[in-house]
Design a protein around this ligand. Structure first.
Ligand code: G1P
Length: 301
């Protein structure tokens, strides 16, 4: 099994300014929870027991979020606010949290390299802190990736999903070939190709399983034009060295919600709010009035 995960959360979130000026994008709420809480809950549900956050300046609210807050708990207990206390149950999640800082913004590969000592000689999951898999993060993709990784003695397993052709420019894109056992071997991976260059429409979806070999590869990667060490380049090196790099397709119900830009953040928020067991129904009625009624929904409610 794989018990450790690295969650990189060091990026500036510039595509979400001004919302992210002084708070991490991973702490933006999607419906009732911050994004990173969905990621952590998904990892724990997939057997992960220790999580390393690779953070940066102005990311301390992530650390605070996963710490217990005895004063707040006491206030809620004194007020007999049982429903609100239930909202803090995630503080008891069965996982150990570790934090380290990426001191210079040298890209995703460099952020993962900060987790080398944490991973030690064991395989590790990498879960991007701005991506939620499936509505309410109900995905077992990491578990399936772990099983595939172990069964096939892979060096790397990447979660992928089909994206529209025009969107390939935003993602790492893989070229895959089907093995005789039905698994997908990654022959090539390209970071943010043009529509013409893209070898397929299968995009890297923010979850990876790696053997410790990845750290040696990252160390050998040359920075790109922007001075960033791309994780994708390190994976491409694994492919070139003949290591077993496999892709696992996400199921339709565990599609990836990307919170890295405003259009998809808005979509994600609305979809999760509509699925909220307590407020979803009323919110749907509100939206229907807003979109179909023409007049101001507050005046008609
Ligand atoms: C990163 C990876 C890219 C992947 C994407 C998924 O890009 O480099 O390969 O497809 O995450 O979200 P970023 O979104 O950080 O630019």
């Amino acid at each position: 099994m794989i018990r450790s995960a690295i969650v990189p959360v060091a990026g500036h979130g510039t595509r979400l300014l001004p919302a992210t000026k002084s708070q991490p994008k991973e702490m933006l709420p999607v419906a009732r929870k911050p994004i990173v809480q969905y990621v952590v809950e998904e990892l724990v549900a997939n057997g992960i027991e220790q999580i390393l956050f690779v953070t940066g300046r102005s990311k301390s609210s992530i650390e605070n979020h996963f710490d217990s807050d005895p004063e707040l708990t006491r206030v809620l207990k004194d007020g007999n606010k049982k429903d609100l206390l239930a909202e803090l149950e995630f503080e008891e999640l069965d996982a150990n949290f570790f934090y380290t800082r990426q001191r210079f913004q040298r890209g995703l590969g460099d952020a993962i390299l900060c987790g080398e000592n944490f991973a030690g000689e064991s395989p590790v999951i990498v879960a991007l802190g701005d991506s939620i898999l499936g509505i309410n993060a109900e995905s077992k993709a990491v578990q399936r990736m772990t099983e595939l990784f172990m069964d096939k003695r892979a060096s790397c397993v990447i979660a992928v999903e089909e994206v529209p052709r025009e969107d390939v420019v935003h993602y790492g894109i893989v070229d895959v070939a089907e093995n005789s056992d039905g698994t997908l071997r990654v022959a090539k991976i390209v970071e943010k190709p043009t529509v013409e260059e893209a070898p397929s429409c299968l995009a890297v979806a923010g979850r990876y399983a790696f053997s410790p070999l990845i750290f040696d590869m990252i160390r050998r990667v040359k920075p790109d034009k922007r001075g960033e060490i791309q994780l994708t380049s390190a994976i491409q090196m694994l492919c070139e060295e003949g290591k077993r790099v496999l892709a696992l397709k996400l199921r339709p119900e565990e599609r990836r919600y990307d919170i890295g830009n405003f259009p998809s953040y808005f979509e994600t928020f609305v979809e999760f709010a509509l699925a909220d067991p307590l407020y979803g129904k009323d919110f749907r009625a509100y939206l229907e009035r807003l979109l179909c009624g023409g007049s101001s929904p507050s005046s008609s409610s």
